[in-house]
Design a protein around this ligand. Structure first.
Ligand SMILES: [Ca+2]
Length: 321
């Protein structure tokens, strides 16, 4: 109860702290400056001009950016919402349908195919909702509004570079209101750093071509340190009196040591006892607990959320069966 009171207080204070107003003239100047800056960086003037001419201020994006969740849901609730039978079954179907490509990519990048499928399912429900916002306008609005101006300005420049490199037409540069792109919702910076042209047609088309989507996701994980000698981890039960202070990714011990402390894998999972692992419990000591390997840390680089990372792991397991 006390915590709820504090949260509402913070919301009221930060809410009243904003006195933001859109001004057409200043937005036009802002666009012109961005245009000049992009051209100065060496991007094609014609492409930059066309892209910036298309930009409109989107009040709805600011509304979404400022929207605070009314209450923080628990991991148990989140998992219930996300890890549905429909999502699992669709994942199994997709795995079957694209098995050959997935296996090929898996071998090439050293990432088990079920994680590529699980991330796809988590991000866009296997391409079911990729986001239909004009990314240029969304990013420009967020860069103009100022709450995280530098970050979004950088991503806007990166988005123009994607157009400049010819991976997608301006009309196809669509994504989430926060600028995440395509089937696997890469931010433009991740796209430039890690997306892959799997079918070698000269375009990294993560909006329309699964032959580019799968290797891009796999490359992301591989470059961030994935090890396909093992998975993400598994659910465990903790012994009575297990210290809450050990529930952190900061503490890593060999699996054998955790087992000696009375941690018990659920469902007879077994693993190499020398692998380094942490114990996490997204809902705290009284909620579900998981023993996780370094691959879990890699998933956390994709999205810094214990809820997300754990659910990706569970979905991958479910899809694999
Ligand atoms: Ca391609």
């Amino acid at each position: 109860m006390f915590r709820i009171l504090i949260i509402s207080l913070v919301l009221v204070v930060s809410g009243s702290g904003y006195a933001w107003a859109y001004d057409a003239d200043s937005f036009a100047t802002f666009k012109l400056n961005l245009q000049q800056e992009a051209i100065a960086k060496g991007l094609s003037p014609a492409i930059v001009k066309e892209a910036m001419d298309s930009v409109q201020y989107l009040p709805k994006v600011i509304e979404l950016d400022r929207k605070q969740p009314e209450k923080k849901i628990t991991f148990a609730e989140y998992k219930n919402n996300i890890l549905t039978d429909a999502r699992i079954n669709k994942g199994r179907e997709m795995f079957k349908e694209h098995r050959a490509e997935l296996e090929r990519v898996s071998k090439q990048y050293g990432v088990q195919p079920e994680y590529i499928v699980a991330l796809w399912g988590m991000e866009t429900n296997y391409g079911g909702y990729k986001g239909n916002w004009g990314v240029m306008s969304a990013l420009a609005t967020l860069a103009y509004e100022g709450r995280r101006a530098e970050f979004f300005k950088k991503e806007l420049m990166n988005a123009m570079r994607i157009l400049d490199e010819g991976h997608i037409e301006l009309s196809g540069l669509r994504g989430s209101w926060a600028g995440a792109l395509g089937h696997n919702q890469f931010m433009p910076s991740s796209f430039l750093e890690l997306a892959v042209d799997g079918d070698k047609d000269g375009r990294k088309d993560i909006w329309n071509d699964l032959n580019d989507v799968f290797p891009s996701s796999a490359n992301y994980l591989a470059q961030k340190g994935w090890n396909d000698a093992y998975g993400w981890g598994y659910e465990v039960t903790l012994p009575a009196g297990f210290p809450e202070s050990l529930l952190t990714r900061e503490i890593k011990k060999p699996v054998s040591e955790w087992l000696k402390m009375g941690v018990v894998p659920i469902g007879g999972k077994q693993s190499n006892s020398r692998i380094q692992a942490s114990i996490v419990a997204p809902d705290g000591i009284d909620g579900a607990a998981y023993l996780v390997y370094s691959n879990y840390d890699v998933i956390m680089k994709w999205n810094r959320s214990l809820y997300f990372a754990t659910t990706v792991g569970l979905l991958a397991d479910a899809v694999r069966q």
